[in-house]
Design a protein around this ligand. Structure first.
Ligand code: HEM
Length: 474
């Protein structure tokens, strides 16, 4: 087995793993235990992968036996009724769901969403011009709307739709905490607890989980029925839901699976994209020179008369590199989504037993000076050719894709998220100077680059009240 911190008899390392920011603790343990180490949680083996090399070797090259997810009783089985593409086991059901999602989210199909994405970016800019201090709800709303478009073909543009965003957020928090072995209820470690009845004292986790399932399934059913009605009256726009309805027989999904598939895609794309936007705002406050250089590129290529569009992406290499750096500097899913090893295996001299839970520590990978010299520095240049004139964003799979995971279960929304982020970030840089906020005495507040909001699975920088958007309009 890979080296492990010494723990208690029977319980192993169960009390040594912090509930918050475990990825930071694991990155520190890497210094002592090495790039791959193991943990024992009351008899369950966990293997933490802290380098890109280890993650690429196991999760990518050997993905045949590393593409399963561990059993997630609360998040996968109860909350998502065993129908979440992100939680279910590797096999026929997952393949069917993944195929349907891929059919709408592969790079070519995404052109159909360009207008949606540019529209959401314009709404974000306009909302921020109207109320620059309310960027928390505006950013979350924009990110949620973008994921809603790909799932259901419509924007969340009305003020009433803030309620959809709020309901989704509540659900995301529950799901994210339950999906991460270190924050999940004890039932994940002691599965026997699943048989405790809902009314039993101490079984609140189960009551709450079923409550989420009932609420969310009803809501997602309603969204899908709305799309069905739109198809009937000829107003439906292409999206995952129209595909699921129109090609129902071809995909062979049950009604519940189709309902949850569209819902989970909306959920999976909302807070992750929002988190990247928060990190972007923080980086702009802390690294004003980067902001100026990105503004200069946009002013030169796009000018002041119109907002940047997705068409401009190929001509704005610095902005594109900046977006990659946002995702490296503060990866939104720092401990990835757990995997399960399906056969006994060896990594070098280390034995990895069948059934071990694999945690890719994306955070530690993002801090590896071998790949990212001076890792705490926000430096888009690291993704650019040194020759400025021929500036081209480097595309090494190893160093660019890792914030989205690995191998066969890599994020389904990777390309879509990158386009949404481009439309929104280019729009924000074009429209605003993003600067430090001031306290009551008029002194600038310097936000911490490490403070973050840890929601279990999804984590993002905590930049609230530390930045302000100022319109660049003359
Ligand atoms: C910056 C934004 C995003 C980040 C950082 C992110 C990150 C991730 C990560 C790390 C995983 C786990 C992959 C693995 O196991 O190796 C994942 C899975 C997933 N993501 Fe994303 N994601 C983002 C945006 C999106 C969007 C916009 C969507 C859809 C609209 C989406 C849909 C999914 C789905 C469905 C899965 C589960 C895939 C599976 O288990 O087969 N994500 N994402």
């Amino acid at each position: 087995m890979p080296p492990s911190p010494s723990g208690l008899p029977f319980l192993g390392n169960i009390f040594q793993i912090p509930f918050a920011e475990a990825w930071r603790t694991f990155a520190q343990w890497k210094e002592e235990l090495g790039p791959v180490f193991s943990l024992n949680m009351a008899g369950k083996d966990f293997i933490v992968l802290n380098t890109l090399e280890a993650a690429m070797e196991l999760l990518d090259r050997r993905s045949r036996i590393y593409s399963d997810r561990p059993q997630m009783i609360t998040a996968g089985e109860i909350i998502c009724n065993n129908c979440s593409v992100g939680h279910i086991e590797y096999g026929a059901k997952w393949r069917k769901m993944r195929r349907a999602t891929h059919d709408i989210m592969h790079v070519k199909a995404l052109q159909a969403f360009e207008q949606h994405q540019e529209h959401d970016a314009a709404i974000l800019v306009s909302n921020l011009l109207e109320s620059p201090s309310r960027w928390d709800p505006h950013v979350r709303h924009a990110a949620s709307s973008s994921a809603y478009s790909v799932a259901y073909g419509e924007h969340l543009s009305s003020k009433e739709s803030y309620i959809v965003v709020e309901r989704t957020l509540e659900f995301i928090h529950a799901l994210a905490n339950a999906s991460m072995p270190v924050t999940a209820p004890y039932v994940e470690i002691f599965p026997i607890l699943r048989y405790v009845p809902e009314w039993f004292p101490g079984a609140k986790w189960k009551r709450v989980a079923f409550e989420h399932q009932r609420k969310m399934e009803a809501m997602y059913r309603e969204y899908l029925d709305n799309v069905r009605a739109n198809i009937d009256n000829g107003t439906a726009r292409p999206c995952l839901a129209t595909l699921l309805i129109e090609r129902e027989a071809e995909y062979g999904l049950t009604e519940a699976q189709a309902i949850w598939l569209a819902g989970v895609v909306h959920v999976a794309g909302s807070e992750t994209t929002g988190g990247a936007l928060f990190t972007f705002l923080l980086a702009m406050v802390l690294f004003p020179d980067v902001q100026k250089r990105a503004q200069a590129e946009i002013d030169r290529v796009v000018g002041h008369e119109r907002m940047p569009s997705l068409e401009d992406q190929k001509d704005l290499p610095y902005v594109e590199a900046l977006i990659k750096e946002v995702q490296r500097w503060f990866p939104g899913v720092p401990l990835g989504l757990p995997r399960r090893c399906m056969e006994d295996d060896w990594y070098g001299e280390n034995f990895i037993p069948k059934g071990a839970i694999i945690l890719p520590n994306i955070w530690a990978m993002s801090r590896d000076p071998e790949h990212f010299p001076d890792p705490e520095r926000f430096m888009p240049e690291r993704y650019l050719n040194s020759d400025e004139d021929k500036s081209k964003v480097l595309e090494t799979a190893l160093e660019v894709n890792f914030p989205f995971g690995f191998g066969r279960r890599i994020c389904l929304g990777k390309a879509y998220a990158n386009r949404t982020l481009f439309a929104m970030i280019a729009g924000l840089i074009w429209a605003f100077d993003i600067r430090k906020a001031k306290d009551n005495a008029g002194d600038e507040i310097t936000p911490s680059s490490t403070a973050c909001i840890d929601e279990g699975l999804v984590v993002f920088s905590n930049c609230f009240a530390a930045g302000q958007c100022h319109s660049r309009a003359k």
